[in-house]
Write a protein that binds this ligand. Sequence first.
Ligand code: PEP
Ligand code: CO
Length: 462
Amino acid sequence: MTADRTATPGPWSPESWRRFPHSQMIDYPDRAELDAGVDLLRSLPPLVTSWEIERLKSLIADAQSGQRFLLQGGDCAETLDDCRPDIITNKLKILLQMSLVMVHGGKKPVIRVGRFAGQYAKPRSSMTETRTVDGQQATHPSYFGDLVNRAPFDAKSRRPDPYLLVRAYKHSSMTLNFIRSLVDGGFADLHHPEYWDLAFFKAAGLPPARRAEYEQMTATLADGLRFMEALGERAVGEMNRVEFFTSHEGLNLYYEEAQTRRVPRREGYYDLTTHLPWIGERTRELGGAHMEYFRGIQNPIGIKLGPTATPSDVLALCGALNPRNEPGKIIFITRLGQGRARQVLPPLIDAARKAEVRVLWVCDPMHGNGIKTASGIKTRSFDAIASELEETFDAHQSCGTHLGGVHFELTGDDVTECVGGAAGITEHHLTRNYATLCDPRLNYQQALELAFIVARRLTPKK
Ligand code: PEP
Ligand code: CO
C-alpha cells in the first residue's frame, strides 16, 4: 500500500492513518491475507477496558502535578517463546520490588506500567538485512518483532505474516490473564525485602557510604511492611492488590487499528490493545501515519524524544495530540544519551513550561546509550545509564520542574546483556546469558540497583 504524500488531516477514523506517509511501513506481500488477519483481530474481544485507561489517565494527571511517580519497564521486545510463567512472574516481581523502593524513597505512590502484553513490534534502522550465508549474500526483510515476522534469517521466517497479528494478540491475552491473576491473588512474599536478592550491596564496587544508605533504606522499608502486616489481614489484602498497567510501542498500526473502538457511554475511540501506547523516536514525524492514528484515540500517549528533538517539536506534538491540554494525556519520554541530557533537555522543558502544556516528563536512560563491544556485541553500560538518569534529575531541578517517571528495559532474570553495576558484569561475561533478540536489558540486580539510585534522588530533602 502506498501512502498519499500530500495527505492533509481530514476526518479521523481508526484507519485514516493509511493515507499518510509511514516511515516503518511493513510490506505485507499478500493484501487479501493482511485483510483477513486484520478482520479476525477486529472480531476478537479487547485486551483492556476504557475505565482502566481512564483510571491510568487520572493517575498520570496526579503524576504531572507531582503527587505520583511512574515506573515503566520490561523487555525491549517480548517474544512468543517467552510467554512463560516464570519469565512473566519474574518481570512482575522486579517491577513490584523496584516500585516499593521508589515509594519508600519518594514518599509517594508509584504507577506501575509494564512494557508487556503487546510489546512485540520493533522499529528498525533498515527495512532489509543482508548477510553472507554459505558464501552467498542474501537479503531479507529485517526482523520487526514477533508481531510481524520471525527472527531466523531465512526467507520464510522473515516474510511479514499477518496471522502473527492474531498470534501476538493471543499471547498478549495469555500474558495479561496471568498478570491479572497474580495481581488479584496478591504476591505477599514479594513484599519482603528479606527474600530479595540484594547481593549487589556486598559488591566491592559500591562505595561504603552508599551501601550504608541502601541498607538503611531496606531496613526501614522492611519495618514499614511488617507494620502494615501487623495491622491485620485487611491492610495486607489492600497492599497486595497492587495495580499494574500495560504499555507497548504502537508501531504496527494494523494491530492498533483492529482493536480501536468506541465504547458505550463514553466519547471517542479507545485503543483497546493496551492502556498506554507510545510513539517511538523513529515514527513521531509530524504529518506521518503515527501522528494521524494517535491524534484520534483517548488513551494517554507516550512520545519518545531523542537528541534531535527541538522545543518546537515539543509544542507541535502537544498541539497535534492534545489540543485541549487534557491532564494525564501526554508523557514525554526523553532518551537523549549520557552527556547530552544536560544540554538538550532544559530548552525542551522550558518550552513546555512557558506554553503551560500539561506533560509528564519521564527519563528513558537506555536508548541513547547503546554501544558495541570490540567483538560486535550490542550492550549498554550501567554507568552511562545511571549518569543520564542523574543528569536528567539535575536538569529538572535546574528548570524548577520535576522528573515524573522512569522507563527501563529490564528483565527479572539473571541475564548478562548490560555491563557494569555493583554486581560487576564485564564484557567478558556478556556471552554467558545473552538472551535478548533486540536491545540489551538490565538484569534483576542491575534493575534493583537503579531503583535505589532513583529512590535516593526522590527522597525529600530534610
Ligand atoms: C524502544 O523503546 O525499544 C525503542 C525502540 O525506543 P526508541 O523509539 O526511543 O528508539
Ligand atoms: Co529497545
